[in-house]
Design a protein around this ligand. Sequence first.
Ligand SMILES: [Zn+2]
Length: 398
Amino acid sequence: MVNRFFRCVLTACLLVVGTGLSVPAVAAPTIDVSSARLGQHEDKTRFVLELSAAPQYDVFLLADPYRIVIDLPELNWLADENASRKKGLVENYRFGLFKKDTSRVVLDVGRPVKILRTVVLPPSSGKPYRFFIDIQETDDASFRQELAARRKQQQNTQVAILAPEPTPTSRKHTIVIDAGHGGIDPGAIGKSGVYEKKITLGVAKRMYDILSKNKKYNVILTRDDDTFLSLRERVSVGRHAAADLFVSIHADSIGRPNFRGAAVYTLSENASDDEAAELAKAENKSDLIAGVDMSVQDDTVQGILIDLAQRETMNFSVKFAEMIIPEIAKSGMQTRGRSHRFAGFRVLKAPDVPSVLVELGYLSNSEDEKILKSSSGQHRLAQAIANAIDRYFETVDP
Ligand SMILES: [Zn+2]
């Protein structure tokens, strides 16, 4: 499978060239987490994980907002997911697969903190291995100093992403399908508790199956399992594959339960409306949720600059966006009034790849959620976007 191969190259490269983390580059057996808890002591807050084996780990800090990131080998989370995640200096935490062989825990701390110690204790008195981290309040300047020192330790944090070169003789159209969110970033959470990351993957895989049957297409999935990818990595997949089209799939939640229907977005400096601006803001938070160090991201995804070269790409993006809504309308999913909207979505920022973001519907609306969760609904939506892709290529390359 092309996308499998591609992902392997991507992942291997991330691990080797990658982050200089102390996590092993070779696959280690998964470690079970039997318990995760927070404790507040007089002078510190402690976060503890009970584990089936001693982990290698890497801990670093991120600012704006203040976070502690703990990277560990792949974890099998058996701990009570409903346990309290707020105590002392910790306001919340989340966990999930960050990339192959690396699970990540992100602690949100509401104020600057100092890491007093990180320890792995061997089993004793009936307790398994324990990893713990003790933190204490500090001031902003000390926090940033510590952050810089830890970053320095991690040599070579720039991630180089390699992908197979496209064959110049190929007349195939390369389509990148990007299932939004994944791993540590669940995306929106539906009324019934379903995660957006699961729905986007379901629809993306169905699109892959439908489109791969067409010999004129070379289809790539940015992810085909429950893994996190940063927005920059998603953009890079499209660029390195010299994609003709990049389609990012989402199904968000908007805090207004009567809002429903699909909408299609393209990139723009200025948002078409407040709702589009709000959505872009939510989507752009993905890296923040997953604890990606934004300060080492390169400039191609910082700030939005639409130069002349990008303008042609934009025209193609808009052309494609306008073809999707009528197809989705035929699939039985409602659509929002205007055919397409625009805002500053970071995942759409490849200057040379026509890119659109499809909001399939709203998980905050129970009718939409029902369609999005069902296998037949996912299939109909996948088919609708695939039809739009066929129409698009018939128009631009008859
Ligand atoms: Zn989303």
